[in-house]
Design a protein around this ligand. Structure first.
Ligand SMILES: [Zn+2]
Ligand SMILES: [Zn+2]
Length: 163
């Protein structure tokens, strides 16, 4: 069985800081850091990640935004490009169960997510104790930790959603 999209039972993600507004030249240098030529299509994909309404977007969300401007762009192109941005560390991926991966630009401050597995609401948080503990675990095992992914999953308290 294929689960395509989570129900849209929430209005917007709760962010710890406003969504970044990067300049066009910032976005262009991101493309160059991926050893890619700057094209309008690629730029428009990065622009779709760079401005709301949602910060954590699926390939489908991005495709819908970009194809409004470039009707000939294929979904596979958007999908593959997003995978590449993740590989180059420009975006981070957020996986919610079997639902499609969500992407966000990594330029935002380091943070974690609590995800409602029923309605898809995403709440961001930061926690120093967790950061310290992750470093400690690494040290205990003789690792210097370069990065980490730490996500919490559960049910939100939205009465229209989960109760
Ligand atoms: Zn986030
Ligand atoms: Zn962390």
């Amino acid at each position: 069985m294929e689960i395509t999209e989570l129900p849209k039972g929430y209005t917007k993600d709760e962010l710890i800081q406003p969504q970044t507004k990067l300049s066009e030249s910032n976005l262009k240098s991101m493309l160059r850091s991926m050893n890619l030529k700057v094209t309008n299509q690629r730029l428009s994909i990065l622009k779709a990640l760079n401005k709301g309404p949602k910060t954590h977007v699926t390939a489908k969300d991005v495709f819908e935004r970009v194809s409004a401007e470039y009707p000939n762009i294929g979904f596979a192109t958007v999908y593959r490009f997003l995978k590449e941005t993740s590989r180059f560390g420009i975006t981070s991926e957020l996986r919610i169960g079997y639902a499609p991966t969500r992407y966000e630009l990594k330029v935002r401050e380091h943070h974690h997510h609590i995800v409602c597995t029923k309605c898809g609401k995403i709440v961001e948080f930061q926690n120093e104790i967790i950061e310290d503990q992750i470093k400690k675990v690494g040290k205990d095992h003789n690792f210097s930790i370069e990065h980490h992914i730490f996500e919490l999953y559960g049910f939100c308290n939205n009465p229209n959603c989960c109760k």
